[in-house]
Structure formats: structure tokens, C-alpha cells
Design a protein around this ligand. Structure first.
Ligand SMILES: [Zn+2]
Length: 200
């Protein structure tokens, strides 16, 4: 299958307009700089992914919430918060929080890592796998804020009726870091690289 690049065309990465490409030209519609491929896309993507993986440690080990329980300052990590929800017979919410705060972020990191690795290999990618990879990136991009939303819900819901004030701990900042870095990794990954790797 012919790609736009082979025809001397380039799709604007900002507004999607298809234009005839010349080095250094800008998009006639939105004035963004035109790039046939994002420069060093894979290196950027790997870099953000490595940082996101590293941030998983403080996100899971440091307290995500601090609260007062009967006058005593207590803290919850993501995991102890989930266990507390289960113990308080809020299994449904606990499952949602577990999915959004552990399974989804780790799944996104593994998915992006797999795609980067496949793109890096010299072996061409088969069309079916290529499309699957494209859909994974698309899916990650579309739902990238969901876990951040759910975790903020958790901070509100974890109020088990015993505390006067809840505030976010350093783990919450690290978790937001994981989400944002994963988003940056997905954003820097140029999906057009997938078409260049097509099995011929
Ligand atoms: Zn444009």
C-alpha cells in the first residue's frame, strides 16, 4: 500500500490537512511546522516511558492520601486504600480504583513498550499486527485522563466517614506524573512509523 510520504505528501500533525511537502514548510491551514515524521519519535517515546515506569515506584510506595482518623494523622498508599475500601464493604469501588490506578497504568506502559520494541526491530511488521498496534496507541490516547479522574474520585470517596480532612500525599503527585509521562510517550510516538514498517 502506498503511503503519503511516497507520494510527496504530508499530513499536518495538528489539524490533519494533507499537503504537498517541502522541507521547512508550514501548514497552510493552521501554520504548524510540517514534519513527515516526528523527529526522534522512538527515542522520545522510550524516554518518557522509562520515566513513567520509574515513577510507578513512588506512586505505589508513597502515601496517596493523608487524613485524620480520631485525631491521629494516618496515610494510605494506593494499595492500602484499595484494601481499606474492600474491608469497608465497598468492593465495587475498590475494583474500579484497582483497575484505574494499577491495572490501566501498568497495561498502558506495557502496551507502549511493546509497540516501541516492535518498531525498533529491523523485522517488518505484518499488516494485522500493525493495525492492532495503531488501535492500542489510539485507545491509550483517547482514555489517557481516565485514571487521573478515577484517582481523584477515590480521594473524595475514600472518606470512610471518619475523617475531617483528606489531603493528597506525595504518592498522588507521583501517580499524576506516571499518567502525564505515559501520555507524553503516546503523543511522541508517531503512528505513521507503523506504515513505514509495513511488511512488503
Ligand atoms: Zn495544520
Amino acid at each position: 500500500m502506498t503511503s503519503a510520504r511516497e507520494l510527496g505528501l504530508c499530513r499536518c500533525h495538528t489539524c490533519g490537512l494533507l499537503v504537498r511537502y517541502q522541507v521547512g514548510s508550514v501548514c497552510p491551514r493552521c501554520a504548524s511546522k510540517l514534519q513527515v515524521r516526528i523527529p526522534r519519535s522512538l527515542a522520545w517515546s522510550w524516554g518518557f516511558l522509562a520515566l513513567a515506569t520509574f515513577m510507578l515506584l513512588p506512586a505505589n510506595l508513597l502515601p496517596i492520601t493523608h487524613f485524620y482518623n480520631k485525631g491521629l494523622l494516618q496515610s494510605d498508599t494506593i494499595f492500602s486504600g484499595i484494601m481499606a475500601l474492600y474491608r469497608s464493604k465497598m468492593g465495587g469501588i475498590a475494583t474500579i480504583v484497582l483497575t484505574a490506578s494499577i491495572l490501566v497504568p501498568v497495561g498502558k506502559i506495557l502496551g507502549l513498550g511493546w509497540i516501541c520494541w516492535q518498531l525498533q526491530r529491523s523485522k517488518p511488521v505484518r499488516r494485522k499486527r500493525q493495525l492492532l498496534m495503531y488501535r492500542v496507541i489510539d485507545f491509550i490516547g483517547r482514555w489517557s485522563m481516565l485514571d487521573l479522574f478515577v484517582i481523584s474520585l477515590m480521594v473524595a470517596l475514600v472518606d470512610r466517614g471518619v475523617m475531617l480532612s483528606v489531603r493528597a500525599g506525595p504518592g498522588a503527585t507521583a501517580f499524576a506524573g506516571v499518567v502525564v509521562l505515559t501520555m507524553m510517550s503516546a503523543r511522541m510516538l508517531d503512528t505513521r512509523l507503523l506504515w513505514d514498517k509495513a511488511a512488503r
